[in-house]
Design a protein around this ligand. Structure first.
Ligand code: SF4
Length: 440
């Protein structure tokens, strides 16, 4: 038995690509092992969104050295966004001579061929291709999905937005939309296989089709067409960019029960001066108008967002505008980060970098405020009816997920089926979980 072990870092895109890597290895007779020392192939699927992420990965790769010393035939491969960076492949080879294969973020599906070539030649393989665009070569790649109910489906790759703090456009390339019929085929197969929650993935899903590769199918069309498929499933998508979220998408979301009434809409900051410096291409006012439209169309919508505090030049007053904004929007959840310099981005070279002490103060303050808001909003769900998917069962009862991703606990009063949707009356909110009874 040949074993494999994959380290996955970063976003849902990477999680989904690891599912692809695992499928490629399993097709070659490798089996997942739970201890890296028992692996014959070790893959690091990397992220470079923050400097700290990169340092952690370098530490993990270094830790393989003594293991490989005792297991000479072990193959070590590094791929993903960190590996895609300029000169990274040669830097990795210099720093870790035991690394055998390096490939990027845009050619994951070719890993099988790279592995075959390495096994033949036993020579270091640098397969990072700078301007490689994604090709639709995933036909036949079987994804190894951890969860039998939840599935990710890529609809596009890359990003054209160049937010000044972000490295993604430099490592994932320009936006490229997958052909709609390939997406439809993949989603239909997943529904037939019994998957219940399909999440459409892209760095900026709302610009689907803007590259002219989809015969005029835009994101709203794609959503609507998939929501019209037969089958009992829920459709989600991430990540949205506020500048491209159209009235048409809001209308399609509101008028299709299969489309989850939860939306992740990163705002990043509440000050127009900071938003401009971030190159986010919208103003606070435009963002709030969009939120109003969404809430008017879907009053029960649950919202989440991403926020960066301490962006270069952010004053106390501008930080306060972020505080005011989250109080105004009322997010059920917010992923809040301190700005961290990222080599190769425009913001890295900006003046007026905010001192770490100030960043820490702001993030603690904002996390507290957001926690308060979340608790109030989830408490307000008591007495409402939520559509949930039963994920699992234990001696105490059933564990389910609501559309907003919140865990819902149900007793065993009624016999429920794992993998089925139920309308649940929420009776309580305790220790971060919603409690409820199925309406049968
Ligand atoms: S939209 Fe901005 S933050 Fe998101 S991936 Fe693109 S450049 Fe990065």
């Amino acid at each position: 038995m040949k074993g494999y072990y994959i380290y996955t870092y970063g976003c849902q895109m990477n999680v989904h690509e690891t599912e692809k890597l695992a499928g490629i290895l399993q097709d070659r007779g490798y089996e997942l092992v739970d201890n890296v020392e028992n692996a014959d192939v070790v893959v690091f699927n990397t992220c470079c969104i923050r400097e700290s992420a990169e340092q952690k990965i370098m530490g993990n790769i270094g830790a393989i050295k003594p293991i490989k010393k005792n297991k000479k035939d072990m193959i070590v491969a590094v791929c993903g966004c960190m590996a895609q960076q300029k000169d990274m492949a040669s830097n990795l080879r210099k720093k870790f001579p035991f690394v055998d294969i390096v490939f990027g973020a845009n050619n994951i599906e070719f890993f099988g061929e790279y592995l075959d070539t390495y096994l033949e030649q036993k020579k270091f393989l640098n397969k990072v291709e700078s301007d490689k665009q994604y090709t639709e070569n995933i036909a036949g790649v079987n994804y190894v999905r951890d969860n039998p109910l939840y599935a990710y489906v890529n609809i596009m790759y890359g990003c054209n937005n160049f937010c000044t703090y972000c490295i993604v456009p430099y490592v994932r390339g320009r936006e490229k939309s997958r052909a709609p019929e390939d997406i439809y085929r993949e989603v239909k197969t997943l529904i037939d296989m019994g998957y219940k929650v399909i999440t459409l993935l892209g760095q900026n899903v709302n610009s689907y089709g803007l590259d002219g590769n989809t015969d005029g199918v835009n994101f709203a069309n794609l959503l609507k067409n998939i929501a019209n498929f037969d089958g009992n499933f829920e459709l989600r998508f991430m990540t949205s960019h506020p500048k491209d979220l159209s009235d048409e998408v809001i209308e399609v979301m509101a008028s299709n029960d299969k489309i989850s009434k939860s939306l992740h809409l990163p705002v990043q900051a509440g000050s127009n001066k900071v938003l401009k410096a971030m190159n986010r291409s919208y103003t606070k006012e435009a963002y709030l108008t969009l939120i109003d439209k969404i809430k008017t169309a879907m009053p029960s919508i649950t919202l989440s967002t991403d926020i960066i505090v301490g962006f270069p030049g952010e004053s106390d007053e501008e930080y306060q505008e972020t505080v005011d904004l989250i109080k105004k929007v009322q997010y059920h959840n917010a992923f809040i980060f301190m700005y961290s310099k990222r080599k190769g981005t425009i913001a890295e070279k900006m003046e007026n970098q905010v001192p770490i002490a100030t960043k820490r103060e702001r993030i603690h303050n904002l996390l507290e405020i957001q926690h308060e808001i979340s608790e109030q909003l989830f408490n307000k769900m008591v007495g409402t009816t939520q559509r949930v998917l039963i994920d699992s069962e234990n001696e105490k009862g059933y564990v389910a997920k609501a559309q907003c991703g919140k865990v819902v606990k149900l007793t065993k009063d009624a016999k429920l089926k794992i993998g089925e949707f139920y309308d649940v009356e929420i009776t309580d909110y305790k220790k971060g979980n919603l409690i409820g009874n199925a309406k049968l």
